[in-house]
Design a protein around this ligand. Structure first.
Ligand SMILES: C=C(O[C@@H]1C=C(C(=O)O)C=C[C@H]1O)C(=O)O
Length: 89
């Protein structure tokens, strides 16, 4: 493939990554809205924000959902960060 075609392919893949990143940010904010709703409901029930068992369940379910090419270890690292920031929102 001539060099210019490779450069065009890089540009196309980057445009797709930009689109996917916008979608990921939208979904993260949608998820955060649900997490905040649960926080309010827990507060009304005088329950604490953090639920270690639920977070473990999420880490298991996201590993099960992983079809690669990311390793489960990578998905775990991303979700550990997501669960941490959800509690800081
Ligand atoms: C939203 C909840 O509260 C916290 C936030 C979680 C999340 O963002 O998924 C999961 C468990 C809790 O630490 C919940 O208990 O479901």
């Amino acid at each position: 493939m001539p060099e210019s075609q490779n450069l065009e392919a890089i540009a196309r893949n980057r445009a797709e990554i930009d689109r996917i990143d916008r979608e990921i940010v939208r979904l993260l904010n949608e998820r955060c809205g649900r997490s905040l709703a649960i926080r309010d409901l827990k507060s009304a029930e005088h329950l604490g924000i953090f639920d270690a068992r639920r977070e473990e369940e999420i880490l298991e379910k996201t590993a099960e959902a992983n079809e690669g090419p990311l390793d489960d270890e990578h998905v775990h690292a991303v979700y550990a960060a997501i669960l941490r920031v959800m509690k800081e929102a």
